[in-house]
Design a protein around this ligand. Sequence first.
Ligand code: AKG
Length: 265
Amino acid sequence: MRTDVNDAQLKQYQEDGFLIMEEFLDAEELARWRSAIAAAAAARAENPDGKSNLGDDEYYRSVFTQLSGLRRLSQDVEELLLDPRIGELAARLAGTEGVRLWNDQALFKPPFGNPTAWHFDMPKWSFDDARALTVWVALEDATLENGCMWYVPGSQKTARIESIPLGPNLGAVFDGYPEWREVETVPAVLPAGGAVWHGGLTAHGAGANMTARPRDAMTCAYMPLEVTYNGRRDDYVISEEYAARLAVGDRLDDAEVFPVVWQRD
Ligand SMILES: O=C(O)CCC(=O)C(=O)O
């Protein structure tokens, strides 16, 4: 696993709000990730959680299959996502003293799947902290043809934490941020095993899958240690029972739900 980043890459992440790492998992690690995630996805298929934040909309069902919280179904997936080397890299990019795991999601864009509309993640999350970030790991090559990720460099500097549209209209978010229309968007073409990191306020989307093969990715979001609850319950992550114990402003520090992945000694 390549988790070393130099000062130029750190600066680039701060400037652009994302960082492409073509080499992340080696071939052996990639094989482990693929088999652990496939087994967890199969277990979820047998026991669906009944939740979907994509609605029943026919269009959105063909954007991707979104499987949240696979780590809770699989010790193997949990071990991969709690790898302290990934946590240390997340903390370095975020500029924090440590990180907790916020949520994991497998995102499988089907053959001939619809594009993922431009958006940014933070307004959906249960805390407001722009340092939180996601790693998107390509389990297959992610190409211009099959729906790789795309970014608006620098968008994190002006994005506001407010609800944004996420519907079939690919570019709806640009209506709220007309200045982003002037920015050259950047694709994150990755070989299988490569990764791209993006911040919670960085605008991103993904193209259509024009091929006959699925575009499979695993994502995991990490958050600073000291984040607090903002009252927006993400029901993939925060159970009703946990929410009943939480008041706005409380630390999200239940170690079962939000394990510490890495912390500076
Ligand atoms: O994989 C995709 O198509 C979208 C991923 C995404 O929006 C994310 O990881 O935040």
